[in-house]
Design a protein around this ligand. Structure first.
Ligand code: P6P
Length: 334
């Protein structure tokens, strides 16, 4: 079957053997994410039409106003993942603590933990800008049969067995990796099927797009300021183009297709930056590296950082390999 007609379901089955642990569990896990993505996509696409906009009145652990779609997306992913009986625990940006899940047989013998940002970029919902879901999958490391613990969630990103994102944009796509490259699937909403539209995605080694919120410039470390000025200097292939959507999944996705770099650095206001290590930076770094890109905090590989807290934040520089290396050069000089 030619790749362009291959559905996500067929792709998973054909690549089953790649997932070294799987006895079909990856399929069921990715299928549950696929299903939840379709359900959330349906609501996101009609958000402007029903009273689902505006704040849900609560705030999440980040102290951010929870948008109703955030809450909705969180519920959909948690319910869908729980029903598939493959997952023993879920951590979410929208949940203060992790959720332990017992298998239907009341034992704790499900093998995987999932960490999600159910609707990243939610501040863009009310203004009709693309948002996304980010997910990260690990095998539990505590003994099967015992309740899942925080240790199962605080694994370094280099232990991820799969990760990816769903971007609810002009079209809805799921982009994921199980450690054998990155593939993108586009949803045909008319029939609710994802088709392999971007086989073997590669992050261009070089690009001319830089994505950063320059409104925070005065608060940036000197190395980041110097790199931004480098991007803006008329020399060689520069100045680069500045593109910043304010939605990590969308900025990342565009940069992976066209080449570019995304930077959310530490600032004097937020010394650890804004993005969360476990369910934003690690999965995006996994996808970046699996497609030939790079991701660091300016000094070390994101995937090698040993997490200490569920919602910890890290500075994040991610994208085309040569661009990230140049940014790291400026960071290290300072
Ligand atoms: P700022 C969205 O809240 C998010 O986590 C990312 O998706 C996005 O890139 C970033 O924060 C935007 O943050 O401070 O530039 O508005």
């Amino acid at each position: 079957m030619s790749t362009q007609n291959k559905t996500l379901g067929e792709f998973i089955i054909n690549n089953q053997q790649e997932f070294k642990y799987s006895s079909g569990e990856l399929s069921r896990l990715i299928n549950s994410i696929r299903l939840a993505g379709k359900v959330v996509n349906h609501e996101v696409n009609k958000a402007g039409l029903v009273d689902i906009l505006g704040n849900a009145g609560d705030t999440n652990i980040q102290g951010e106003d929870q948008q109703k779609l955030d809450v909705y997306a969180n519920d959909v992913f948690i319910k869908t993942l729980t029903n598939r009986e493959i997952v023993c625990g879920i951590a979410s940006e929208e949940e203060d603590d992790f959720i332990a899940i017992k298998g239907g047989n009341e034992k704790n013998d499900n093998k995987y933990v999932v960490l999600i940002d159910p609707l990243d970029g939610s501040s863009n919902i009310d203004v009709n800008v693309s948002v996304g879901t980010i997910f990260s999958i690990y095998r539990r490391i505590t003994p099967s049969g015992t309740p899942v613990t925080l240790e199962d969630f605080l694994q370094p990103g280099n232990q991820q067995v799969a990760a990816g994102y769903i971007v609810y944009g002009t079209s809805t796509m799921i982009v994921y990796s199980t450690g054998h490259g990155v593939n993108g699937f586009t949803l045909n909403p008319a029939i609710g099927t994802y088709y392999l539209s971007h086989p073997n995605m590669r992050f261009p080694e070089k690009g001319n797009i830089y994505s950063v919120n320059e409104g925070n410039y005065v608060h940036f470390p000197q190395g980041v300021k110097n790199y931004i000025k480098y991007c803006q200097t008329e020399e060689e292939d520069r100045p680069y183009t500045s593109r910043y959507i304010g939605s990590l999944v969308s900025d990342f996705h565009r940069n992976m297709i066209k080449g570019g770099i995304y930077i959310y650095p530490s600032t004097s206001k937020d010394p650890s930056g804004k993005l969360r290590l476990l369910y934003e930076c690690n999965p995006m770094a996994f996808i970046a590296e699996q497609s030939g890109g790079k991701a660091s905090d300016g000094f070390q590989r994101i995937l090698d950082i040993k997490p200490t807290e569920l919602h910890q934040r890290v500075p994040f520089i991610c994208g085309s390999k040569l661009m990230v290396e140049k940014a790291e050069e400026f960071m290290k000089k300072e």
